[in-house]
Design a protein. Structure first.
Length: 320
């Protein structure tokens, strides 16, 4: 399953509507790569799940998932710093695969403080990072900068946005403005030119733009006529207009793989598809149907925590 920046834009809008003004009443760490937040607001109780498995995602489940009996250290920390906090805002940054949740809490002195949850859904680099005043206070996955990790993600370190974060949102520009940008980097293929400069782009989006414009995404920008460039940019502009206020999603089955997108795609018209009234509905169904469900990992975590607890009890009663 794919979740590109455009699909995440629509997910963010759905989460805003569902969780608006919600209070975080309980937090659980479901497994090494998944968190659960129970959120209560005027519309009821909502089950927010963040998981970084093979298909990293953020969604509201219909039912509360099975939870471990023994909380982890991370879970205890999050309960101390985020429970009873109120969700102040949910936003996507620059059409990137990054959702920021701001939570207003009372600190130990009784003063209002805003702590953030950065949900980065970026393939193998996905993470959930917790910050206050731009400083990391915890993370689901901690890393030190090296050949494998591009950033240091560790408590007391400053929070840096992921690489390429400053790429632009293509829907912030008119067709004329986009076409004017195509005077630089002309020795690059059209698709690569888009990926280097804009968030929200993916193979699915580029294929759709190619079908709508009648242009080859692998053609060099320098080989395109002014009319071709404007045609391509006009398709981008219209795509953005179609996405404005859209709800739900289409899910296509392409060679055994599910592809989700908020709009009906001309480029995938030959493939079977299903329509969901909300993306959250699809993501919850996806979890239920997934072979790699949370339950097995939760059981493994409970066993590991139980073993550690048993060792601690044993050592406490061991004579000196």
């Amino acid at each position: 399953m794919n979740l590109d920046g455009i699909t995440l834009h629509c997910i963010t809008n759905e989460l805003k509507d569902i969780l608006k003004g919600g209070q975080i009443s309980k937090i659980y760490q479901l497994d090494n790569r998944s968190l659960y937040f129970r959120v209560f607001n005027d519309t009821g109780v909502h089950h927010l799940i963040m998981t970084l498995d093979d298909s990293p995602r953020l969604y509201v489940a219909r039912q509360m998932p099975p939870t471990p009996d023994v909380p982890t250290g991370l879970c205890m920390f999050l309960r101390k710093y985020y429970e009873n906090g109120r969700i102040a805002s949910i936003s996507q940054l620059h059409m990137d695969r990054l959702i920021e949740i701001a939570v207003d809490v009372l600190d130990t002195s009784g003063q209002l403080a805003t702590r953030k949850i950065h949900v980065e859904l970026m393939g193998k680099y996905s993470n959930v990072i917790f910050t206050e005043d731009g400083v990391i206070i915890e993370a689901l996955i901690k890393t030190r900068k090296d050949k494998q990790a591009l950033r240091t993600i560790f408590p007391k370190e400053p929070y840096d946005f992921p690489p390429n974060f400053m790429r632009m949102n293509p829907f912030d520009f008119s067709a004329e403005e986009l076409a004017a940008m195509m005077e630089t980097g002309t020795d690059e293929p059209l698709g690569k030119w888009m990926l280097k400069r804009f968030n929200g782009m993916s193979t699915v989006v580029l294929d759709e733009l190619a079908v709508r414009s009648g242009l080859d995404k692998n053609a060099l920008v320098q080989d395109l006529s002014p009319a071709d460039k404007f045609s391509w940019c006009r398709c981008i502009e219209r795509l953005g207009q179609e996405l404005d206020g859209v709800s739900g999603a289409f899910v296509y089955m392409v060679k055994g793989k599910e592809i989700i997108f908020p709009l009906e795609l001309q480029s995938l018209a030959a493939y079977p598809r299903r329509r969901f009234s909300s993306i959250e509905e699809y993501l919850d169904d996806y979890q239920a149907a997934s072979k790699g469900s949370l339950n097995g990992e939760q059981e493994d975590m409970q066993k590991r925590v139980a073993k550690l607890s048993k060792r601690k009890r044993s050592s406490a009663f061991r004579p000196n």
